[in-house]
Structure formats: C-alpha cells, structure tokens
Design a protein around this ligand. Structure first.
Ligand SMILES: Nc1ncnc2c1ncn2[C@@H]1O[C@H](COP(=O)(O)OP(=O)(O)OP(=O)(O)O)[C@@H](O)[C@H]1O
Ligand SMILES: [Mg+2]
Length: 372
C-alpha cells in the first residue's frame, strides 16, 4: 500500500467502524447495508441480519462519501448507481436516490484474500476434474470463452482461475468497470473505466478502453463483465487475431448469453444486419461456461457448451459438452453432477501437438475429432 492508500485505509476504517468486525472476519463474504440501522451479512452463503448500526444516518452517509472519494468519485456527481472499491480491494456497490427509494444502499463484496484457484474450485465441487481439464485445454488452445451466470454466481472467480492457464509469455490486457480480477501474470496491463466528474468531464468508458487496448498489442483481451456496446468490439477482436479472449456476462443459460451479446452489440450504434451479426457472434465465441448459484450459497458450473457455426435457418447452434445430470450417489441417493454429454469437442481436432499432450486419458474421448 502506498501512502495515499494507507490514509484512506485508516479513514475508511474509521467511518466503517460499525461493521469493522465483519470486514475483519474472513468467514463473512458480503456486508449489505440497507439503511444506517439495517445491516445484513453473508456467511457461508447464508444471509443474516446483524445488530450492527451506524450512530445515525449522517455518519452512514459520511462513510459512503469517503469510500467514493477513495476511487475518485464524488457524492456530488449525481450518479445514483456507483461501483467503488475499498483500499483492500473489496468491491462496493452503492445505490442512492432517486433509484434507491428508501435512501442509500451499500453492499461490500469482500475481497477474498485467497483467490479461488481451479484446484480449489474442484475441491468445492464447483466443477469436476474432467471439466477442469477440458477448460484447461480450451484456454491453452486459445478458444474464445465466455463465463455466463446470474448475479454472484461465481463468474468472476472462475474467470480469474481460468486465466492462470494462459501461457506466461502471452500479453494480456484486462478491461474492467471496477478492478476486481486478480490475475497473477507478468505480461499484464490492467485498465479500469472512469465515471465523469461532477462537471461531466473525464469519463472513460469500457468501449474506449477497449479500442485503446487494441493498440497495446495484446495477445488476449479479458473483459471483466460485458454489458454494453463494447460487445461488438469484443466480438470483432475475437475474430481478428485475439483468440483466447475471455469475459463474463450476465445470463441464465448459454443460449441466453448469445442473445444478450447480440442485444448488447446492437447498442453499439453500428448498423449490421442481424444475420451478419449472428454469424460474427457464432464465429467469435467458442465456448460458454454456465455458472449457477444454488440455494445455500453453493456455486457450480452447470453447463459447458461450444458454439457452432450459424445454422442455415439463421439460428445459433450449441453443442453441449457438459451438463448437469442426475447420478446415483454412493449412499444410493440421487444427486446432480456435471457430466460429459458424450458429445465430442469441435476444437479437439485443431489442437496443436503440445496441446494434445495435455489431453489426459480422462478428457481424451472428448477431444478426439468426431467421426465424419
Ligand atoms: N465456486 C465457488 N464456490 C463458492 N463460493 C464462490 C465460488 N465462486 C465464487 N464464490 C464466492 O461468491 C461470491 C461471488 O463471486 P463472484 O464475484 O465471482 O461472482 P460474480 O458472478 O462475478 O458476481 P457479479 O454478478 O457481482 O459479477 C464471492 O464472495 C466469491 O468468493
Ligand atoms: Mg463478476
């Protein structure tokens, strides 16, 4: 931490003293402040209301303003919905009037000190060893990959874990709305967007960052979350020499992910016939990994699909490689598990010899080229 960081760390800590014990408690993953006297926490995936409260509404507002200042945002900017960050990297979302009808709401998504890696995700049961191997090969083989899922389903965590499979000599540019990804990479450039100041100046959007990133000569581009017109730039970059790019996107299933991407690409104000856009999307995106948050807080990969060339009818075609199926549990109880569908991977046949060497006995059949 530099000096400025330390000062903010101390002042923000001071203002957030009422919830300090939860910020320090590693088992608490999220602190949700609905009002100065209504505070919930998430622990082991469960929400509970706490007895914590700010002295009054003013001291709560003071805390909010202090957090905004830390990321160069100001309470006077009249932005009702703001993403910010705490000095330790925890992510903060603030909703204020007029959007929040009962006053300022703030959620603090705590920065996981130890980021989840792939081994850990397998241990947690979030995906199977076989699916992990499939994804390793997909990343190494420079497949363009989207992680789809609902709010807080573990999209960003999975993307972060997947990025460790990018070879060390490749240059990555990361583009985010609020810096969240923790990529352990040498060849890394990290760009974060900016809101306008109170005079409406100085805004830098994801789309601008994206365009500038292309001049930074990345091998791969990682977009923390695709949510606007930058979708079209991303699709075009993916089909023109930036294979192995990745991002997350809010969607309920892989098909939904494609149609959302389509809708977002249309927000770019570039006129493109629908058929041409769909054709671009289906050639850009190779693999979609679906994350789901279950009741009780467990997060799991529930589907992995490959995107095939657009059908003659102009519709997307997906090939499901893994999905959730009922399996007989050891204790004779049926449970749902991520299972290979027996579909062969479409990119298996394009693997380079060194990538082929990665294919273990387990994933081998998935990657074999399909019989003609
Ligand atoms: N596989 C997992 N198992 C258990 N907990 C997880 C898993 N992945 C992520 N988490 C936890 O769930 C929370 C949300 O994770 P994450 O930020 O990755 O989700 P997200 O889908 O990107 O959320 P958002 O919709 O806000 O972008 C974090 O507290 C994270 O530590
Ligand atoms: Mg996320």
């Amino acid at each position: 931490m530099d000096g400025r960081h330390q000062i903010f760390d101390r002042t923000i800590r001071h203002y957030l003293a009422p919830v300090g014990e939860y910020l320090d408690d590693a088992t608490v993953t999220e602190v949700m402040i609905n009002r100065s006297d209504e505070i919930f926490i998430e622990r082991h995936g469960e929400l509970t209301r706490t007895a914590a409260r700010f002295a009054d509404a003013e001291s709560y507002e003071a805390a909010v303003n202090n957090i905004l200042q830390f990321t160069g945002k100001s309470a006077l900017d009249n932005q009702p919905l703001i993403d910010s960050r705490l000095p330790d990297g925890s992510r903060v979302h603030i909703a204020r009037t007029p959007c929040a009808r009962h006053g300022t709401v703030m959620t603090i998504r705590k920065f996981a000190k130890a980021t989840l890696d792939m081994d850990w995700l397998v241990e947690l049961g979030s995906l199977t060893e076989q699916a992990r191997q499939y994804l390793t090969i997909a990343v190494r083989a420079e497949q363009n990959l989207l992680v789809a899922g609902g709010t807080s389903s573990g999209k960003t965590s999975l993307l972060n874990a997947l990025s460790t499979y990018v070879p060390a000599d490749q240059r990555i540019v990361v583009i985010e709305d609020s810096a969240e990804l923790q990529l352990q990479k040498e060849h890394l450039i990290s760009l974060e967007s900016r809101l306008p100041d109170r005079y409406g100046r100085g805004a830098v959007g994801i789309r601008e960052l994206f365009r500038s990133s292309l001049r930074l000569r990345p091998d791969r581009i990682i977009i923390g979350e695709v949510r606007g017109g930058e979708a079209l730039d991303m699709i075009q970059a993916m089909t023109s020499g930036h294979g192995g790019s990745m991002g997350t996107l809010h969607a309920d299933n892989p098909r939904d992910a494609l149609s959302r991407l389509e809708t977002m690409a249309m927000m770019s104000q570039v006129e493109l016939p629908l058929h041409a856009l769909r054709a671009q999307i289906s050639s850009a995106i190779d693999v979609i990994v679906q994350m789901t948050r279950h009741v009780g807080g467990q997060r799991r990969v529930t589907q992995i699909s490959e995107v095939e060339p657009l059908g003659d009818d102009g519709q997307y075609r997906l090939r499901d490689i893994f999905n959730i199926q009922e399996v007989d549990g050891e204790d004779s109880q049926n449970s749902m598990q991520l299972t290979w569908t027996s579909e062969r991977s479409g990119f298996g046949m394009y693997l380079r010899p060194e990538e082929r060497a990665l294919v273990t006995e387990l994933t081998g059949p998935i990657m074999e080229s399909r019989p003609q």
